[in-house]
Every structure is written in structure tokens, then in C-alpha cells.
Design a protein around this ligand. Structure first.
Ligand code: ADP
Length: 191
């Protein structure tokens, strides 16, 4: 089973992905985590991504598609994977389709977690206050920028998957356990 977790920054994709990974033995492909690792390791990808990420903007489609194409080749993806934070633009969604088709794979379901923007801003304030080592992009100003980017560049990907009949929308503002339960019900063959 290959699935996409979709939703604005702070909607809980990472938490839910970790739970699904455990339960269904899926690889968790978080493009944000991959890029943060690249930044920490000062690889060429990391050097290119660092300032863009800190500003809350998107790295180029080409760069992130190359990162994902390599990652999907890893053996742990053979049994299935969760994409978290990708695709984030329509060209990325199209590139993903082409990439998977070449490998004889497909996306089985796209789970959209919806969220209230004011609530997300509160959550990020909490997250930033919690850890002394806040992420470079964990501040309210950058979050607002990222929400703008989500609305203008990422949300337009939703109709692409809706047209394929793959989109399931879930209220991400409910408790983490309720969201998990709803996601499980939305998985193919479990509704
Ligand atoms: P969150 O999970 O908090 O929404 P991520 O950790 O997924 O955010 O992403 C952090 C940053 O990494 C993004 O703001 C963006 O700069 C970069 N990034 C991650 N995934 C992509 C992508 N698919 N396309 C372009 N940029 C990306």
C-alpha cells in the first residue's frame, strides 16, 4: 500500500505517519526530514535547500523529485510507503505519477488532514516554546508564509487526486487517536 499524507504545516502528518509506519510496516518518506538531514550533513542538496527552507518557501520541483526518486528505490519501500510533505505542487504530483508508472507502482490513497489556520498558529507557538532547539522554520512568521505557500501551491494538488477518486478528507483538528482511527477506516479495503 502506497499512500500520501496531505495537509498544511502542523496538521499532524508526521505523528500520523509514524503510527501508520509502525502498524502497517510502511516506509515513512518525509521530504522535510530528508531535507533537514541533507542540511545537517551539508550535502549539495542541503546547501541548496537551507535558506529556502528557513524562509518557508519551497525548494525546486526538480531537486525534491530527484531526492524522492532515489529514496523510493530503497528496499524498505518495496512493501509500501507513506509520502509526507510530497507532492507539494502540481508538477511534483505529475512527476510522481510518471516516476511510479515507470516502476509499475501506484498511489492507492491520498489522505488529506484539514486544519484551522488559527489553531495551527497556536500549535506552532507551543512547539517552538517546547524545545530550546526549535527548527529554523518553527516560528510564527515563517508558519504564516508556509500557510500561504500551502494555499497557493499545494492545495491545488488536491483536485488532481480527487479526479482519480483517491482523495479522502479527514478533520485533522480532532484528537490524535480519533484522526488515526479515521485514517485507518479510509485505507483501501478497510472502509
Ligand atoms: P511540515 O511537516 O512542518 O509541514 P516539512 O517538514 O514537510 O514541513 O517541510 C519543511 C520545509 O522543507 C518546507 O517548508 C520546504 O521548504 C521544504 N520542503 C519539504 N518538502 C518539499 C517539497 N515536496 N517541495 C518543496 N519543498 C519542500
Amino acid at each position: 500500500m502506497n499512500l500520501i499524507l496531505f495537509g498544511p504545516p502542523g496538521a499532524g502528518k508526521g505523528t500520523q505517519a509514524a503510527r501508520l509506519k509502525e502498524k502497517y510496516q510502511l516506509a515513512h518518506l518525509s521530504t522535510g526530514d530528508m531535507l533537514r538531514e541533507a542540511v545537517a550533513a551539508k550535502t549539495p542538496v542541503g546547501r541548496e535547500a537551507e535558506a529556502i527552507m528557513a524562509a518557508g518557501k519551497l525548494v525546486s520541483d526538480e531537486l525534491i523529485c530527484n531526492v524522492v526518486a532515489d529514496r523510493i528505490e530503497e528496499p524498505d519501500c518495496a512493501h509500501g510507503f507513506i509520502l509526507d510533505g510530497f507532492p507539494r505542487t502540481l508538477p511534483q504530483a505529475e512527476a510522481l505519477d510518471a516516476m511510479l508508472e515507470k516502476k509499475g507502482k501506484q498511489i492507492d490513497v491520498v489522505i488529506e488532514l484539514t486544519a484551522d489556520e488559527a489553531e495551527l498558529i497556536k500549535r506552532i507557538e507551543g512547539r517552538a516554546a517546547e524545545s530550546g532547539e526549535a527548527r529554523a522554520d518553527d516560528n510564527v512568521e515563517t508558519l504564516k508564509k508556509r500557510l500561504d505557500v500551502y494555499r497557493s501551491q499545494t492545495a491545488p494538488v488536491l483536485p488532481f487526486y480527487a479526479a482519480k477518486g483517491l482523495l479522502r478528507t479527514i478533520d485533522g483538528m480532532r484528537s490524535m487517536d480519533e484522526v488515526t482511527r479515521e485514517i485507518e477506516q479510509a485505507l483501501p479495503g478497510r472502509g
